[in-house]
Design a protein around this ligand. Structure first.
Ligand code: 4NP
Length: 144
């Protein structure tokens, strides 16, 4: 059963958590899903996912090499039905940009009880975060 929902995953840099979530949701929801990712910051625009993050994703079967970082834009709030923030700071940043009347905003970990996906760019726990992201993608697939 294809999922018509258009989902955007958002983190700070769009090179660690949100591209992993994009790949995990695409795998969990199947071909009918429209899934993308973006960052609230612009530092890494145009870059592929951070190599240690790609390696951790690959160990779980996620293909991320072709993804490229971009920054969230105002148009995203109407292009997507659901925008999933990786942490509460990302959510606050999205709420500050939100023109209203468009996408629903939520935390990526809401189906697992909420809270933050820790940023592996700083914690260096790429495998732990990848596993958490895949688990939450499965929970979204159950609840959408
Ligand atoms: P992400 O991790 O938000 O999960 O992509 C980060 C990567 C890079 C930076 C911050 C967070 N940075 O500031 O360069």
């Amino acid at each position: 059963m294809p999922h018509p929902t258009r989902i955007l995953c958002v983190c700070l840099g769009n090179i660690c958590r949100s591209p992993t979530a994009e790949a995990a949701l695409r795998a969990a929801l199947g071909d009918g899903a429209q899934v993308d990712s973006a960052g609230t910051g612009a530092w890494h625009v145009g870059e592929p996912p951070y190599p240690p993050m790609q390696a951790a994703g690959r160990r779980l079967g996620l293909a991320m090499a072709d993804l490229r970082a971009r920054q969230v834009s105002l148009a995203d709030f109407r292009r997507f039905d659901l925008i999933l923030a990786m942490d509460r700071q990302n959510l606050r940043d999205l709420q500050a940009l939100d023109p209203g009347g468009g996408a629903r905003l939520a935390l990526y970990l809401d189906p697992l009880g909420g809270g933050d996906v820790p940023d592996p760019y700083y914690t260096r726990d790429f495998d732990g975060v990848a596993a958490q992201i895949v688990q939450a993608a499965g929970a979204w697939a159950e609840s959408l």
